[in-house]
Design a protein around this ligand. Sequence first.
Ligand code: NAG
Ligand code: NAG
Ligand code: NAG
Length: 221
Amino acid sequence: MVYLPGLLVLMLMVTAKGSIGPSNNSSFCTESKECLLFDVVCKTGEYEVRHYDPSRWVSTDAEAYFMGVGAAMAFRRLFKYISGANEEAVNIDMTAPVLVKIPEERNMWEPAVYTLSFLLPSEYQENPPKPTTEKLYFTDMPEMNVYVRSYGGWMLSLTSRLHSHLLTRALDRVRASYNSSYHYCLGYDSPMKLLDRHNEIWYVAEGEPVCSVPQHPASAS
Ligand SMILES: *[C@@H]1O[C@H](CO)[C@@H](O)[C@H](O)[C@H]1NC(C)=O
Ligand SMILES: *[C@@H]1O[C@H](CO)[C@@H](O)[C@H](O)[C@H]1NC(C)=O
Ligand SMILES: *[C@@H]1O[C@H](CO)[C@@H](O)[C@H](O)[C@H]1NC(C)=O
């Protein structure tokens, strides 16, 4: 019974943080025990607006000419952390999604800085074990609304560029305000899953999110 108070504290912490919870089959978040939860604000044919509560992530930066190379290095570093390379030597459950912050403007001849983050499970949101390398740090994501476009296949590929382009085009068409200096790529699946993979592009909304797409008169298309 020695650990009961600790368990109670843990349960209180879990209920206090509403943003991370068990996955279920009704969503694309099927492989990990816990996922980042959200509310759908609205949906159009081209994007979805979601509201997220604050959440804490463990992050690392990678400087690279090619997103894939940078992400692979960063992924290994984060994976070591959750596999016990932390000051408490604890194993931490993998969650979904994995988040990559991608700067929008960059010169082809300079490496870009990508930031990769793993979502901390609810158990470790408040007090995550300290990393054993200074290359890892914690990121507190504020409460936010995001514009979301989903796509299949692999997260970091040429198609992700296409989808971020299609999303900004749709947002610009409805004059939505978003931070155009970066976007996020999110992956929900392990490399073991080959079919029905789910990925997303996010732009962070500024001000009131815009949900209405101009209605074109019915045409032959
Ligand atoms: C989720 O779906 C799979 C396949 O449809 C099924 O085998 C499994 O029992 C479901 N799990 C839950 C928790 O509903
Ligand atoms: C999925 O699980 C979450 C958290 O348990 C719950 O809030 C949500 O309603 C579930 N979704 C559906 C469609 O059952
Ligand atoms: C957009 O994001 C950048 C980088 O995070 C930040 O420096 C800037 O303040 C943001 N712009 C606005 C209008 O919030």
